[in-house]
Design a protein around this ligand. Structure first.
Ligand code: NAD
Length: 335
């Protein structure tokens, strides 16, 4: 069987998934959609020899089996609802939405349509986190009592990489990954959150959002997570992101340190090289690539997609509560 897949949002992630799937003989990439005419032109030139449109209805009229939604954080809802109504399975980028109301509406649309919908929490395919999950599931750490983690970006991300950072935040863009890891690794849902944050650096540059957010999250059965994300780090950082996590159990601990690049290129100056994904002899490899292949493999085999949609809705509920806490200065319960 050949799976006919369409892409909505042809920026960085849409292009990555296009390149990841284009070598598969059981996938036909049938069309792409983007609201930016300049982006459509650039995609046609640099990446894809597929029909392109600025109109999602035109794309869905081609009856794709599945749609990959890689629009900005705040712009997932319309594409997910329309794809579901058209009977297409969906992979949508994280965070599912930037409001719980949107996330719940999307969940309803998916349930009513009876399609599969997977949210792209790619760290579930990232080897250091998978190793942590295995150690926990094998009981080597015992009862998990604390998870402390940070995931930061350089200021290049909100100022140059993303044109829409003002409509997102380090909470939605970065900390949602850490919150997903807390849930996936421990199986303990969040009950309440206290958060604080800082603003000013990006505002001075005309980007009205948080510079950074710090949070203490109380989860069920005595687990506390302290999670923090900032996206104003200097561009002199070794790579565009850094991440550290310590998972503390009653019988052991697990440390993940992604702050030092796995590869450094020394030319005029030392530059860290991202190895999150790479072209290996003509085929892309890495966590996001394994993720999109798994999504397709599950659909082809008739298996459930590996990230339940309810996980992503709970993730939105937590991150929304975290922002409310940072704004109010109070502890906020998580729905
Ligand atoms: N899983 C990860 O680790 C990871 C990493 C980076 C980004 N992301 C997520 O992926 C999503 C996309 O990020 P990106 O870096 O590719 O952004 P991007 O800005 O490079 O691409 C988004 C594209 O969507 C287009 N677009 C906007 N609204 C649209 C609409 N209504 N219909 C069709 N196209 C529309 C824009 O013109 C743009 O080309 C975001 O939600 C982001 O948080 C996830």
């Amino acid at each position: 069987m050949t799976m006919r897949i369409a892409l909505v949002g042809l920026g960085i992630r849409g292009t990555l998934f296009y390149n990841a799937l284009k070598t598969r003989s059981d996938v036909k990439l049938i069309a792409g959609c983007d609201i930016s005419p300049a982006r459509l032109e650039a995609f046609a030139r640099e990446a894809g020899d597929i029909p392109l449109t600025g109109d999602i209805d035109e794309l869905l009229a081609m009856r794709p089996d599945a749609v990959l939604v890689t629009t900005p954080d705040f712009a997932h809802r319309e594409a997910v609802e329309k794809a579901a109504a058209a009977g297409a399975h969906i992979m949508v980028e994280k965070p599912l939405a930037t409001s719980l109301a949107d996330a719940q509406a999307m969940e309803r649309a998916v349930r009513q349509a009876g399609v599969s919908c997977m949210v792209a929490f790619e760290n579930r395919w990232n080897p250091p986190f998978v190793a942590a999950k295995n150690a926990i599931d094998e009981g080597r750490l015992g009862d998990i009592v604390a998870i402390n983690a940070r995931l930061n970006d350089t200021i290049w991300v909100p100022t140059s990489m993303l044109s829409w950072a003002a409509r997102s935040s380090p909470g939605w863009f970065l900390l949602s990954h850490l919150a997903d890891m807390v849930w996936w690794l421990s199986g303990r849902s969040a009950q309440s959150v206290y958060a604080a944050g800082s603003r000013g650096k990006l505002q001075a540059l005309g980007i009205d959002t948080w510079d950074g957010l710090q949070s203490v999250i109380s989860c069920r059965d005595g687990l506390t997570a302290t999670l923090t994300s900032s996206w104003i780090l200097p561009e002199s950082m070794a790579t565009v992101f850094d991440c550290k996590m310590e998972i503390i159990g009653r019988d052991g601990a697990f440390y993940i340190d992604l702050t030092a690049p796995m590869a450094t290129c020394l030319h005029k100056r030392a530059e860290g090289v991202s190895t999150l994904f790479a072209d290996v002899h003509g085929r892309l490899q890495g966590a996001p690539v394994s993720m999109v292949h798994d999504f397709v493999d599950c659909l082809l085999a008739g298996r459930p997609v590996p990230v339940p949609l309810s996980d992503a809705v709970s993730n939105v509920a937590l991150i929304e509560a975290l922002h409310r806490s940072a704004e109010s200065g109070s502890v906020v319960g998580v729905e």
